[in-house]
Design a protein around this ligand. Structure first.
Ligand SMILES: Nc1ncnc2c1ncn2[C@@H]1O[C@H](COP(=O)(O)OP(=O)(O)O)[C@@H](O)[C@H]1O
Ligand SMILES: [Mg+2]
Length: 302
């Protein structure tokens, strides 16, 4: 069974804004799926549809086989959500907040305490566990929100801009935890962000969004192949023999497009045989950001 599936999912807000248009794709269990696009692309609307906070205008979606708008309790029992602006109780401590949400999900007092302690430790909030939430920094709140989302061991985790407001060290901690959950426990992660470089660090597959529409779905490799077959081979060398296929790109830098890595050894041998001294060889593929901009430019040109 797919962990998450969308079929022609569309949402038009009252007033006429078409926020999400005809989305169709599915996620396998254990994927860390990056749902990417700039502000206004329709990411949060999609999460709201997948968590039953909004009902689709057209089409449908399922989370572990359940329709979120028809069976919200079932979807909430198997999923956790971290939204951009986490709402928890300021007058309670971090520990009390977690214990409260654990009781909502039906955990016993002992289970709740154990689980909350483990999560506070994993997210480096152990010392802050007994402080009131009103004293927490944005980053600490964000991490507590992740702990809250994980309290009932969900099979699916929705993260909407999870690292906004986090310092680089906290980002690494959160990344580590997300990857561990996916790899070791098979949790499916649906991660929305406008930070493509961040997504490229942890996601296994991507959905690229623009103005409510899905531009492409695939692994980085698949998306790279779609916009630029092969790769650019860049060589830094002195006394480069003057022969094709390399083009000079500045002082001592030469480039050529190749189909696959298999062509590299022969090219290197011919440069050396021609008297060239090689200092650096780089096979360059487009980054996720470059892929995104190429695809949006293609879309605009249609
Ligand atoms: N409650 C709402 N009513 C009307 N329009 C909305 C509402 N919420 C979001 N939108 C609009 O829908 C579009 C998609 O928004 P959103 O899903 O929040 O995008 P993202 O999360 O990718 O930034 C935007 O144009 C936004 O202004
Ligand atoms: Mg959003």
């Amino acid at each position: 069974m797919d962990a998450i599936s969308l079929e022609h999912l569309s949402k038009t807000y009252p007033g006429g804004k078409q926020a999400v248009r005809q989305l169709s794709f599915s996620l396998n269990p254990g994927e860390v799926f990056g749902f990417l696009g700039p502000n206004g692309a329709g990411k949060t609307t999609t999460v709201k549809l997948l968590t039953g906070m909004l009902a689709p205008s057209e089409g449908s979606c399922r989370v572990l086989g359940h329709h979120p708008s028809q069976e919200p309790q079932k979807v909430h029992a198997c999923s956790g959500v971290v939204t951009e602006h986490a709402q928890m109780y300021d007058h309670m401590t971090g520990m009390q907040n977690l214990q409260f949400y654990a009781s909502v999900f039906g955990l016993s007092k002992d289970q709740a305490k154990q689980r909350a302690e483990a999560l506070l430790e994993q997210l480096e909030l152990k010392d802050a566990g007994n402080q009131k939430l009103s004293t927490y920094s944005t980053g600490m709140r964000q991490r507590l929100s992740l702990a809250r989302a994980l309290i009932h061991r969900p099979r699916v985790l929705f993260l909407d801009e999870p690292t906004s407001g986090l310092d680089p060290e906290s980002v690494q901690k959160v990344n580590g935890l997300i990857q561990k959950l996916a790899k070791e426990e098979g949790v499916t992660v649906f991660l929305c962000t406008h930070q493509l470089r961040y997504a490229q660090e942890i996601c296994t597959r991507y959905g690229l969004m623009e103005q409510g529409k899905l531009l492409a779905v695939g692994t980085l490799d698949e998306l790279q192949k779609r916009v630029c077959p092969g790769m650019i081979l860049q060589i830094c060398a002195a006394d480069m023999p003057k022969q094709p296929p390399f083009l000079s790109k500045g002082e001592g830098i030469y480039e050529t497009r190749i189909e696959s890595e298999k062509e590299i050894p022969e090219l290197i041998r011919s440069i050396v045989a021609g008297g060239g001294d090689i200092y650096e060889v780089i096979a360059k593929k487009p980054s996720l950001e470059e892929v995104y901009f190429t695809l949006t430019a293609q879309e605009g040109a249609l």
